[in-house]
Design a binder for this molecule. Structure first.
Ligand code: AMP
Length: 395
């Protein structure tokens, strides 16, 4: 693995500086979805069980180096206490003396790291100051690992370090999906635009066996082959890029699956009148027609393809899943993947952007092997980029 876990470092009587992601939605001072806080609770519990005292570091929102009262972490303390089942000491201006004055199993929450401009600048002075607050550094914020900041990488180099349980789970799932997957390995890449997923597509075609392209992106690929898709979402300036990706896939032995049919409507609205039409290079839609979802034959083909795989990576929906019935293909394919996961035949790892919402809507979130809640960091990993926060944990 190359990195330590909480089991590899002696935490007894240690102040464990723990970087977490608790960017939870808050309305009128109340946390409306505590998922992110709940996901770090096992790390907090394990540190305390091993005799350590967690000193939590986190950013909240984008205060850009200024003190912004609405972005204080203090209002989150009751939600942290609920999730951890113990009291949490909040400190606005931490010092080692203050920390040493707390009980040896105290959970201490430090104010928003981004209130200092030195955080995002990865200023060595801030890293050195943070390092005085702990004896060991634990990074449990995979979702912030694509940023080289003082609290994610700077401080990691100054203390004995390890991954927290959530980071450990993310890294193990991502390594199982892309670094050393059980083959054949496939990916679903859907969503609106090719332009935001170019690096992802270019990296995946080199590493996987089957690429299923869906959503508005698939329109661009079909149009690049000559289809006239009317008013469908597509990027006309990326036709040659789409053809390059097809060629790179062919060179690398990666089979690309494009929709063979689509659910087509004349307005972008829930329950719009629609029909299923065949899609190929010769398709010619009327000027006001839009492909808003893959059709039933495509969904069946995708499900059948999943049956040939051992590992599946999923990023992005197969259609405009927010407006029914244009969620039909996404839901059908997600359920097929979930069934194969439940029967032990497929490892399914999903993440990035709208993927979590789409899979939740399909009701399969519990069945997938792993769903990453880290948007940008998940994508950068799948793009093959080194994540500075992970690299800093490497031995
Ligand atoms: P992304 O953020 O790139 O993963 O794209 C997700 C968005 O793409 C969702 O809001 C979907 O509604 C949208 N989308 C997917 N397929 C289509 C399509 N065929 N036409 C219009 N929007 C789509």
């Amino acid at each position: 693995m190359g990195w330590n876990t909480l089991d590899d470092i002696d935490l007894k009587n240690k102040r464990v500086l723990t970087r977490v992601d608790i960017n939870v939605p808050v309305e009128d001072g109340q946390v409306t979805d505590a998922t992110r806080i709940e996901r770090i609770a096992p790390t907090i519990a394990d540190i305390r069980a091993k005799g350590g005292s967690p000193v939590l570091l986190a950013h909240f929102g984008r205060p850009k180096g200024q003190y912004v009262p609405e972005m204080s972490l203090k209002p989150l303390v009751p939600a942290l206490e609920d999730a951890f089942g113990c009291s949490v000491v909040f400190v606005e201006r931490p010092s080692r003396d203050f920390i040493d004055a707390q009980a040896s199993d105290a959970v201490i929450m430090v104010e928003n790291t981004r209130f200092s401009s030195m955080e995002e600048a990865n200023d060595p002075q801030m890293a050195q100051f943070l390092a005085t607050l702990g004896d060991v550094f634990c990074n449990d914020a995979f979702s912030a690992a694509h940023r080289a900041h003082a609290s994610t990488t700077g401080v990691a180099h100054l203390l004995p370090n390890c991954a927290g349980r959530l980071m450990q789970a993310e890294l193990q799932a991502l390594e199982a999906a892309l670094s050393a997957p059980k083959r054949p390995v496939g990916a679903v890449v859907g969503g609106a635009k090719v332009s935001t997923k170019l690096d992802l597509l270019e990296n995946l075609v080199k590493k996987i066996d089957v690429l299923v392209i869906g959503g508005g992106m698939a329109n661009t690929f079909l149009a690049a082959q000559g289809a006239d898709l009317g008013a469908s979402l597509q990027e006309a300036d990326l036709h040659s890029t789409a053809r390059d990706i097809m060629a790179a896939a062919a060179d690398a032995g990666c089979t690309v699956i494009l929709p063979v049919d689509g659910r087509v409507a004349r307005e972008f609205a829930a329950h719009a009148a629609h029909e299923v039409v065949t899609l190929n290079a010769d398709t010619s839609l009327e000027a006001d027609q839009m492909v808003l979802d893959a059709g039933d034959a495509s969904a069946a083909q995708i499900a059948q393809t999943f049956g040939t795989l051992k590992t599946l990576i999923w990023n992005g929906p197969l259609g405009a899943f927010e407006i029914p019935p244009f969620d039909t293909a996404t839901v059908a394919a997600a359920r097929a993947a979930a069934d194969l996961t439940n029967s032990g035949d497929l490892v399914t790892v999903a993440g990035g952007g709208d993927t979590v919402a789409a899979l939740n809507q399909a009701g399969v979130a519990e069945s997938f092997t792993y769903i990453s809640t880290a948007g940008g960091a998940f994508l950068e990993w799948m793009e093959g980029k080194e994540l500075p926060g992970v690299a800093a944990l490497m031995q």
